[in-house]
Design a protein around this ligand. Structure first.
Ligand code: GLN
Length: 240
């Protein structure tokens, strides 16, 4: 079996090395003897094709980069929406998360989104920066990470990725962080999101493999002692 991972616009949306998340997915597949092919689609590329893609990843970017990427991304709006509705695995981080929504309203202009999620984002005065700890319903360990965003995201009736136990989340005192919709995982947590949260990485990989192979029985366990110790250290440091 081979899993194909498509990294969208790594040339513009790769804030804090979001690309490391792709490496984490690739490695955790490889450790289970599953081949992974990573493909990039940059601003220079043409011929957008999701037909044999198993995981799409969109990273974070500054407002300036988001503006540049937005028009290009909108050219593929229908294909990406169809992919997500058809249970395609899509991981979107920070700026990428905001672009999945209806719009991102800045002080002097509004960036249109892909309308995959019925959410919207508005720029706030102060940036929401710091460590964050979440509890998601679908895994036992906490999801830990780092957030840095000026946008406040309002998720309406969507299910959040997790409940905020420390940090900000979707907006000031939102109590919730990110969105989980079908096999779409959208979050403000960037940098090494998946290396810090191997359980979340495996959840994403499992969804992708199950869509490709409905008889798939589940990933074999890995020795995550080190990763789990690091995760627990962060939880103990911040959770009251
Ligand atoms: N430009 C967006 C914001 O500040 C996203 C930034 C990011 O990806 N960190 O809200």
């Amino acid at each position: 079996m081979k899993i194909k991972i498509l990294h969208l616009y790594p040339d513009l949306l790769n804030l804090y090395g979001d690309k490391g998340n792709i490496e984490c997915m690739r490695k955790r597949l490889e450790w289970r003897g599953i081949d992974a092919e990573v493909m990039s689609y940059t601003c220079e590329d043409t011929g957008f094709d999701l037909s044999d893609v198993n995981i799409v990843f969109i990273g974070g970017g500054s407002d300036r980069e988001q503006k540049i990427v937005c028009d290009r991304l909108l050219e593929h709006k229908d294909a990406l929406k169809e992919y997500a509705e058809d249970n395609g695995t899509l991981v979107a981080v920070c700026g990428g998360y905001q672009l999945l929504g209806n719009y991102y309203k800045l002080e002097n202009e509004t960036i249109r989104g892909l309308e995959i999620l019925d959410i919207y984002t508005e720029q706030g005065k102060k940036r929401l920066i710091g460590n964050i700890v979440l509890k998601a319903d679908f895994m036992d360990e906490r999801i830990v990470g780092f957030e840095n965003h000026g946008g406040r995201t309002y998720i309406g009736s969507h299910t959040p990725l997790g409940k905020v136990e420390y940090g900000y989340g979707n907006h000031d005192n939102a109590g919730s962080e990110g969105v989980i919709y079908k096999n779409v995982v959208a979050t403000y947590l960037h940098g090494p999101l998946l290396p810090k949260n191997p359980g979340l990485c495996d959840y994403i990989l499992t969804n992708a493999i199950k869509r490709k192979n409905p008889d798939f029985k589940g990933l074999s366990p890995l020795d995550d002692k080190l990763e789990k110790t690091a995760n627990q250290y962060i939880v103990n440091r911040f959770k009251k």
